[in-house]
Write a protein that binds this ligand. Structure first.
Ligand SMILES: *[C@@H]1O[C@H](CO)[C@@H](O)[C@H](O)[C@H]1NC(C)=O
Ligand SMILES: *[C@@H]1O[C@H](CO)[C@@H](O)[C@H](O)[C@H]1NC(C)=O
Ligand SMILES: *[C@@H]1O[C@H](CO)[C@@H](O)[C@H](O)[C@H]1NC(C)=O
Ligand SMILES: *[C@@H]1O[C@H](CO)[C@@H](O)[C@H](O)[C@H]1NC(C)=O
Ligand SMILES: *[C@@H]1O[C@H](CO)[C@@H](O)[C@H](O)[C@H]1NC(C)=O
Length: 334
């Protein structure tokens, strides 16, 4: 090694040491148990929880609301209707468990208020003028150890085990709009008369396809449920109940119409070809007596709303499978 090379090597080592010490000295204090106070206005923080700026979402503003004395519970917006229902339900249950006040970002409320009436959690804009210490944010009740900490639930989260403790209350919290309830009632009555059945048993089937097929493979190395799964689940209900009518909703109703035809079952396919009627489909599935679902947040919640017997596709350590392991009238089939 030449003298010059030795000099460069020595400089490199010293530089590396400086960088390592720098990281240690300057970054590690962020992770201590006393994080510095970093107060942010709630109205600004809310924007970070939403995909699009919620500024234009109009909510009644109640300025008389005092700023919370302790931390709050809220959530990050992620996914479509099914995900946002679970994000809301997770906030609701976490607030109930911890006693902290819940607030939802307006973007999530805007999604849900299209379908549900009288949701009890107020918008973050109620306390928009208050400040929140973002140095005191945790993601779940499990990490929460001080009433000063805020619990901000990550996008796509479903704290199902907390929620299962209060299923009847959750069903009441998610009260469908009267117009959707009426729609579902009429739809089911029409289907019953088409098949000339006076006291039918309605079994709602939700089939999740499109992007979820890839997601299942990427995340769980699991293939989409095969046609035989849906057929054997239908067989189970046909054998157990009288006058069974199957009601199929899906994000790919075309796939269902092609694959789930069966001369031995009475099946009606209700979804729009472009899956635009998510609220109407949810209302019909919720009005059914029993459910068959494969996976996904939307179908799982529809089955919870229907509150009947539910057959779930077996995906190991997947949340709807774990729910089925807990609830007595839920069954896992492969
Ligand atoms: C409380 O939780 C925070 C963040 O989860 C953690 O850094 C801290 O050590 C915990 N404090 C105690 C006393 O458990
Ligand atoms: C929502 O609350 C209002 C006022 O309490 C009540 O009149 C209305 O019936 C409720 N809506 C539903 C769908 O329960
Ligand atoms: C409907 O069923 C009843 C008895 O189940 C039968 O008397 C009636 O003729 C049927 N009507 C039609 C249109 O099939
Ligand atoms: C089945 O669902 C229909 C439609 O919601 C309802 O009218 C009927 O009472 C339910 N049957 C039972 C046994 O719960
Ligand atoms: C579900 O799958 C797992 C693993 O593949 C298996 O051990 C379990 O027995 C299955 N459960 C049912 C009810 O089919």
């Amino acid at each position: 090694m030449t003298h010059m090379q030795q000099h460069i090597l020595a400089s490199a080592i010293i530089l590396a040491l400086v960088v390592v010490c720098g990281i240690h000295v300057f970054l590690f204090p962020m992770y201590t148990s006393n994080p510095p106070m970093r107060h942010t206005k709630v109205s600004v923080y809310e924007q970070a929880l939403c995909r699009a700026n919620p500024k234009h979402v109009k909510m009644p503003v109640e300025w008389k609301n005092p700023c919370p004395m302790y931390g709050i519970v809220s959530a990050v917006q992620g996914g479509r209707l099914g995900n946002q229902i679970w994000e809301y339900a997770s906030v609701w249950a976490t607030a109930r468990r911890t006693g902290l006040e819940p607030f939802m970002p307006r973007c999530i409320l805007k999604t849900l208020q299209q379908y549900f009436d009288n949701l009890s959690i107020p918008p973050l804009s109620y306390i928009g003028r208050c400040t929140l210490d973002i140095g005191q944010v945790v993601n779940s009740p499990g990490q929460w150890n001080s009433t000063d900490q805020n619990i901000i639930i990550p996008r796509h989260a479903a704290y199902w085990s907390l929620i299962l403790g209060w299923l009847d209350d959750i069903r009441r919290e998610f009260t469908l709009k009267p117009s959707l309830k009426k729609y579902a009632e009429i739809r089911l009555a029409n289907i019953a008369s088409t098949f000339n059945k006076s006291s039918p048993t309605f079994v709602g089937i939700h089939v999740r396809r499109t992007d979820y097929v890839d997601y299942l493979w990427q995340k769980f190395q699991v293939r989409a449920a095969p046609v035989e799964y849906y057929l054997s689940a239908m067989g189970y209900f046909s054998k157990k109940y009288k006058n069974v009518l199957f009601i199929v909703a899906s994000d790919s109703i075309r796939w269902c119409k092609y694959n789930l035809r069966s001369s031995s079952h009475k099946i009606t396919f209700i979804s729009d070809i472009e899956a635009r009627g998510v609220g109407r489909d949810l209302a019909v599935l919720a009005a059914c007596n029993h459910s068959i679902i494969d996976y996904g947040t939307y179908g799982t919640f529809a089955a919870i709303m229907a509150a009947g017997e539910t057959v779930v596709y077996n995906v190991s350590s997947y949340f709807s499978t774990m729910i089925a392991e807990v609830l007595p009238n839920w069954h896992i089939m492969s």
